[in-house]
Design a protein around this ligand. Structure first.
Ligand code: 15L
Length: 274
């Protein structure tokens, strides 16, 4: 593994995934520029600095990204919220991050989410070029972010790896996660592969471990040189029967996010306009 030559900006550093990546990437010898709107709760490791910034503030984003060669963009609202809450960090913030990437000729790894495609049914096996079907305002902002990445590659040559993260937690918590789980080890190794890959262009990868029950199929992982090593399969017995009684949650890949504020009459006719 080559250590990146220019500093690496990690937005969302104070979140659960940001803190985990900080520990691992700093230990790997990376020079990290950490940022978040919230204070960094851990001791800042050697080789790293922390600078608080609001992603909606373009001047602040320009400041934290200056001189960086890689931006791991994990910042912003990370669960379902009203549109107005999502708008600043996840929509304006995305634009600010990509403008900064363009100015600094930086590669971007965009932490997208399965909620960008959450209204696909669980019976479907999706390839990464499937239709975007967001399951809420948060998922909509992730779909927007994926398209910003697409635009900035086509128009400005800014490279992006979109990682459509499933469920990245220390443990598998329910039956859905047998399909969506991404281990911390696999996420960290994916970040390293994204830094190491010689040429990426625009690539979309399912952020999931090697789960037999995965909802997801083909993507660009071979181009990045990444393969997950962990699997949710070993947790199958522990979570057996951990399902809800809500038919919307259980029908769609996005699970509970699809059911939030759901006002369509159920069951919807599958044959129409699907
Ligand atoms: C996400 O995008 C969220 O950030 C995370 O908290 C989980 O809800 C995850 O999706 C999931 O779908 O399990």
């Amino acid at each position: 593994m080559a250590t990146p030559t220019r500093p690496v900006l990690l937005t969302g550093a104070s979140g659960a995934l940001g803190r985990m990546l900080t520990r691992r990437l700093a230990a790997a010898g990376w020079t990290l520029r950490l940022s978040d709107i919230a204070a960094f709760p851990d001791p800042v490791p050697q080789g790293a600095t922390f600078d608080a910034a609001d992603l909606a503030d373009q001047t602040a984003v320009d400041r934290i990204a200056e001189g960086c060669g890689l931006i791991l963009h994990f910042g912003g609202v990370s669960t379902e919220h009203p549109f107005k809450t999502v708008l600043g960090p996840n929509i304006c913030g995305l634009y600010n991050v990509y403008e900064a990437a363009r100015k600094n000729k930086a590669r971007v790894v965009f932490a997208s989410s399965n909620h960008a495609i959450g209204f696909h049914e669980r019976t479907e096996k999706l390839d990464a070029d499937c239709q975007l079907r967001p399951d809420g305002y948060y998922g909509l902002s992730k779909a927007f972010g994926e398209l910003v990445g697409r635009l900035y590659w086509d128009k400005h040559g800014v490279e992006t790896v979109v990682v459509r993260i499933g469920s990245s937690f220390p443990e598998v918590k329910d039956e859905r996660m047998l399909s969506t789980w991404l281990s911390f080890n696999d996420l960290a190794s994916l970040m390293i592969a994204c830094a190491d890959a010689p040429a990426i262009g625009y690539a979309v990868i399912w952020g999931a471990s090697d789960n037999q029950r995965s909802f997801w199929g083909a993507d660009s992982r071979a181009r990045i040189g990444w393969a997950p090593k962990d699997s949710a399969d070993t947790a199958a017995e522990n979570v057996r029967g951990k399902v809800t009684e809500n038919c919307v949650i259980e029908r769609y890949q996005g699970g509970s996010y699809a059911a939030m504020d759901y006002s369509r009459e159920e069951p919807s006719p599958r044959s129409l306009f699907e």
